[in-house]
Design a protein around this ligand. Structure first.
Ligand code: RTP
Length: 155
């Protein structure tokens, strides 16, 4: 079957330094993978402070901006691109509300985090930011086109 345009939707997801330090990489990847989304790019990177400021450019001027950028550049981050129908919006649903105080149990932040400044994961909040963030973190060649076909490897 031919892929519909909607199925090619992609979002940028990052496991922040606290998620990496706490050993939650596989737990977080697992949730996206089991849902049925497809991983099309992944790398471990320590962003510079300047890079973190670019990533959070829209938050410049907020009181927590400097601390947030220090935090994002404090250690390894798992940067990923996930693909699938509705992945931008539903990815945010899997992640849960920005503040773990408000995120429902069953969501990543609801189950695994306590404070807003240490909320372990980032996800693009819309199609425009997804596009911008993917191209900030990845080169076009880093995104892998493939068909995920489980049966082929089982029999
Ligand atoms: P993200 O971009 O990381 O997925 O988070 P978000 O859209 O849910 O939230 P946003 O408002 O874009 O804020 C980005 C990150 O800034 C930190 N933050 N700290 N009051 C605070 O100390 C505060 N508010 C926000 C959070 O880590 C949030 O994820």
């Amino acid at each position: 079957p031919t892929l519909e345009a909607a199925e090619l939707e992609r979002t940028f997801i990052a496991i922040k330094p606290d998620g990496v330090q706490r050993g939650l990489i596989s737990e977080i990847i697992n949730r996206f993978e089991r849902k049925g989304y497809k991983l099309v790019a992944i790398k471990l990177v320590i962003p510079t402070k300047e890079f973190a400021e670019k990533h959070y450019d829209d938050l410049r001027g907020r009181p927590f901006f400097n601390g947030l950028c220090d935090f994002l550049s404090s250690g390894p981050v798992v940067a990923m691109v996930w693909e699938g129908q509705g992945v931008i919006k539903y990815g945010r649903k899997l992640i849960g509300a920005t503040s773990p105080h408000n995120s429902e149990p069953g969501t990543i932040r609801g189950d695994l985090a306590i404070s807003v400044g240490r909320n372990i994961i980032h996800g693009s909040d819309g199609p425009e930011t997804a596009k911008a963030e993917i191209s900030l973190w990845f080169k076009p060649d880093d995104l892998i086109n493939y068909t995920a076909n489980a049966e082929k490897w089982l029999y």
